[in-house]
Design a binder for this molecule. Structure first.
Ligand code: PEP
Ligand code: MG
Length: 589
């Protein structure tokens, strides 16, 4: 048994057979079942034939102009038939039951180490040929090969995914009803994949550093999302515990309990809405007792699009379906908040019909995302806004709110509002009526928090996005496991900034909610109520517990707790004070 420790981001304990996805190296490793060994080896043979033909063609073309260079390709042609190479690849496929791409990678690593040790510089230079040929074989294996989407479709009910990283676009393609749990090398509590795992109630551990290397394809593993651990080859006891794992799943309580609105012990109503990523999550949100959708992360539509541009009608259908599914409650749609990961994905770039260049994709790392990105790409933004306005018009029973992400200045907000007017004008030109839709912003950049009083004059509502606000206030990348310990919602700076935004909204009498992951933590939630917040949006699975906890606390106690905490200087002291108050509540229940 081997135990790997990471960050538990979605509770529960499950066991399953590992499917390994390695994306960073562009080579996926997955297990081949007995019956697929033959086709897998045939695929390898086809790749060898194709590679040989390509090399012969290149050789012939080069020979016409530079005969002296043609022989360079002879080395690769010879290697293709070298028994140490391609037949070693087939052995690896057969013995380890792994896919051919992965076997090529392994065989070539072994082979090139022979060249590393060669004393003869000519031989050492041949290492370049080895990796060139490996690249060609892998490229040709891709032709007609399973895409990650197809591969993921082949998961069976006993699978757990172990990945170096699970990007939102790949996660969007997984059939989660078939996946028992997942674990990744990268990531932190607030990475999008972690958020997704919690909303799907799939046990998950992230920030494991090297799980995708240590765990073997097909190996039996336990994923303990509660303790933040992965066990490879677990003992029978650990396995038995995992098999009883259902008891660790969060429970949504009884029907009446779920429908009851959240109220504190002294009768103060707290509004709990749901954060969702897919329209299908509406059912989970309703089941959990959400009073509305406080955050629909609309960019997830793009990752499911398989690369096609998402048209106005298609988006309109999605938004309208959501409004109808949730009517008469509110649905707050956040316009595309395409982030660095998604922008890096070719699929999303195409789905936005933007045709980004590699330079622009790189520039996004410095923050070309959210509203900033939409303002640089007016056409896809207009399409989204028109689709939203049409949906609001055609579903008068529902209540749409539009929210802009990643706003850092009043100018950007004004420009975005101008774009909404332009979308409305286009609808009017088509002869349609134009609905009035509340417009809000996510306060998630420190600049927006510091100018919340100015922004509040020009919007209908605020939502505090603490996931990003924390990372930008504390200068801690939320997806980087190396600094995840510094990502601290209880930092005095964060509590002060939240209070500042809440007050700015209060002075302007606009509603303010908080939709970051902080709200899903019952202890932090009580502190936020103490800071004066009354509206929250969270992953649906967290709502029932939030209701139970709120029913046990009094707002005057929480206000006093917040006052004491605001005087403390360190996270450790704040945590101690909060936990002492929280355990007193827990003991009473
Ligand atoms: C946030 O930043 O707090 C938020 C809710 O949005 P996301 O996690 O999608 O960035
Ligand atoms: Mg955000």
């Amino acid at each position: 048994m081997r135990r790997l420790t990471g960050i538990g981001v979605s509770p529960g304990v499950v066991s399953g057979r590992a499917v390994i996805l390695i994306q960073r190296a562009q080579v996926l490793r997955y297990q081949i079942v007995e019956t697929r060994l033959g086709p897998e080896l045939a695929r390898l043979e086809q790749s060898r034939t194709r590679s040989r033909q390509q090399l012969l063609d290149i050789r012939a073309r080069v020979a016409l102009r530079r005969p002296e260079l043609a022989s360079l390709f002879d080395a690769q042609l010879l290697m293709l038939d070298d028994p140490m190479l391609v037949s070693r690849v087939s052995d690896i496929v057969r013995e380890q039951r792994v896919n051919a791409e992965w076997a090529v990678q392994q065989a070539f690593l072994e082979f090139s180490s022979v060249f590393d040790e060669a004393a003869d510089p000519y031989l050492r230079e041949r290492k370049g040929d080895v990796s060139d040929l490996a690249g060609r074989l892998k490229m040709n294996l891709q032709q007609g090969a399973a895409t990650p989407r197809e591969l993921l479709r082949e998961l069976d009910e006993s699978s757990v995914i172990i990945a170096d990283e699970l990007t939102p676009s790949l996660a969007a393609q997984v059939d989660w009803s078939k996946v028992r749990g997942f674990a990744t090398d990268a990531g932190s509590r607030t990475s999008h994949t972690a958020i997704l795992a919690r909303s799907l109630e799939v046990p998950a551990v992230v920030g494991l550093h090297n799980a995708s290397k240590v765990v073997q394809a097909g190996q039996l593993v336990v994923i303990d999302g509660t303790a933040g651990a992965v066990l490879a080859d677990p003992t029978p006891d650990e396995l038995a515990r995992a098999e009883r794992g259902e008891e660790h799943r969060p429970s949504a309580g009884g029907d009446a309990e779920r429908r009851r609105p959240a109220t504190t012990a002294d009768g103060v109503r707290i509004r709990l809405e749901a954060n969702i990523e897919f329209p299908n999550d509406l059912a989970a949100a309703r089941y959990a007792g959400a009073e509305g959708i406080g955050l629909y992360r609309s960019e997830f539509i793009l990752s499911g699009s398989a690369g096609a541009a998402i048209g106005e009608d298609e988006q309109y259908e999605t938004y309208r379906g959501m409004l109808e599914g949730m009517a008469p409650e509110t649905v707050t749609v956040r316009t595309f908040d395409v982030d660095e990961d998604q922008l890096a994905s070719q699929l999303t770039r195409r789905a936005l019909a933007g045709g980004w260049t590699a330079d622009e994709a790189r520039a996004s790392r410095q923050g070309l995302r959210g509203l900033r990105l939409s303002l640089t790409r007016p056409e896809p933004f207009q399409v989204q806004l028109r689709a939203l306005l049409r949906a609001a018009l055609d579903c008068p029973r529902g209540q749409l709110r539009i929210m802009f992400p990643f706003v850092s200045s009043v100018e950007q907000l004004r420009e975005a509002r101008r774009m909404v007017k332009e979308a409305a004008a286009e609808l009017a030109r088509r002869g349609a009526a134009v609905p009035v839709v509340p417009i809000g912003v996510v306060i998630e950049i420190p600049a927006a928090a510091y100018t919340a009083d100015l922004l509040a004059r020009e919007v209908d509502f605020f939502t505090i996005g603490t996931n990003d606000l924390i990372q930008y206030c504390l200068a801690v990348d939320r997806a980087d496991e190396r600094v995840s310990r510094l990502y601290e919602p209880l930092h005095p700076a964060i509590l002060r900034v939240i209070l500042m935004v809440r007050r700015a909204a209060g002075r302007q009498r606009i509603p303010v909610s908080l939709c970051g992951e902080m709200a899903s933590d019952p202890a932090l939630l009580t502190l936020l109520v103490g800071l004066g917040l009354r509206e929250f949006s969270m992953t649906p699975a967290a709502i029932p517990t939030a209701k139970q906890v709120l029913a046990e606390v009094r707002t005057d106690d929480l206000r006093a707790l917040a006052r004491r905490i605001l005087k403390l200087a360190t996270v450790e002291d704040i945590e101690r004070e909060l936990m002492a108050a929280f355990s007193r509540t827990a003991n009473r229940t």
